[in-house]
Design a protein around this ligand. Structure first.
Ligand code: HPA
Length: 234
C-alpha cells in the first residue's frame, strides 16, 4: 500500500492505462479486460487489474490535472513497478484541421509549468512520447481508418484559461490540442526509465466551440482503450 493506492504488491500490472476519470477506469476494465478486479478505491480513485489477451493490465484513474496525475504515476512507477503507462483521455482541438472525434497521439508536450518544474528549473525540457509505443498506436489508429493526428500538444494547468493570446500562439506554432496531464506523465516516465504515451480524442474545439455529444464519448473512449492495448503489446 502507498499513501494513495491501496493495492497490494503484485496487484498492479507492468502495463497501466490511465484515464482521468475513475468511472471510465471501471467501464474500460469491465468492457475490455478478463477477470478484472478492483485493486484500489482510496479517495474514490478506482484502479482495476485484469488481463487482455492473456497480458496483465491495470486501468487506473489519475484525476484531472498534472498535480493529481503526478501522485498516482509516481506511486505506480516507484512503488508498484509500472513500466508502460498510457494516458487515455480527451483534448480540445486547436487547429482547423483537427476535428471533433479525431484521435490525437501526443509526440511531445508544450507546457508553462508542470510539477517537475522545481527539478528542471530553467531547462526548457521537451516531454516526449516513447517511440515504439507511439508508432504502434498510430498504426493501430490507422487500421481503424479514422483521422489520426500526431504531434505536439499543450498540457495546461488551467482549464478556464483567461491568459490573452495564449491559444493564438499555440495555434501559430502548430500545437494540435490542449489537455492537462501528458507533459508530467512523459517527464516522470523519462525520469524513471519507463515508457509513456498519451492517446486522446478531440472532445471539443477551442476555435469552433463544437463539442462531442455525450452518446459519442463512450465509443471514442473505447477506441482509445483498444488502440492503447494494441500499442502496449505490439
Ligand atoms: N482544455 C483543457 N483540457 C481539455 C480540454 C480543454 O479545452 N478539452 C478536453 N480536455
Amino acid at each position: 500500500m502507498t499513501v494513495h493506492i491501496g493495492a497490494k504488491q503484485g496487484d498492479i500490472a507492468e502495463t497501466v492505462l490511465l484515464p482521468g476519470d475513475p468511472y471510465r477506469a471501471r467501464w474500460a476494465a469491465e468492457t475490455f479486460l478478463d477477470d478484472a478486479r478492483l485493486v484500489n478505491e482510496v479517495r474514490g480513485m478506482l484502479g482495476f487489474t485484469g488481463t487482455w489477451k492473456g497480458h496483465p493490465v491495470t486501468i487506473h484513474g489519475t484525476g484531472m490535472g498534472m498535480p493529481s496525475l503526478s501522485i498516482y504515476v509516481n506511486e505506480l512507477i516507484r512503488d508498484y513497478g509500472a513500466r508502460t503507462l498510457i494516458r487515455i483521455g480527451s483534448c480540445g482541438g486547436m487547429q482547423d484541421h483537427v476535428g471533433i472525434r479525431d484521435i490525437v497521439v501526443a509526440m511531445s508536450c508544450t507546457s508553462i509549468s508542470t510539477p517537475s518544474r522545481g527539478i528542471l528549473r530553467e531547462l526548457q525540457y521537451a516531454p516526449t512520447a516513447n517511440w515504439p509505443l507511439l508508432r504502434a498506436a498510430v498504426l493501430a489508429a490507422e487500421r481503424r481508418d479514422r483521422p489520426v493526428h500526431v504531434g505536439n500538444i499543450y498540457s495546461s494547468d488551467v482549464f478556464y484559461d483567461e491568459r490573452p493570446d495564449l491559444n493564438e500562439q499555440m495555434e501559430r506554432h502548430g500545437v494540435l490540442a490542449v489537455e492537462m496531464e501528458a507533459a508530467e506523465l512523459y517527464t516522470l516516465a523519462a525520469r524513471h526509465k519507463a515508457r509513456a504515451l498519451a492517446v486522446l480524442t478531440v472532445s471539443d474545439h477551442l476555435k469552433t466551440g463544437e463539442a462531442l455529444p455525450s452518446d459519442k464519448r463512450e465509443r471514442s473512449f473505447g477506441e482509445m482503450v483498444e488502440i492503447s492495448l494494441e500499442a502496449a503489446f505490439a
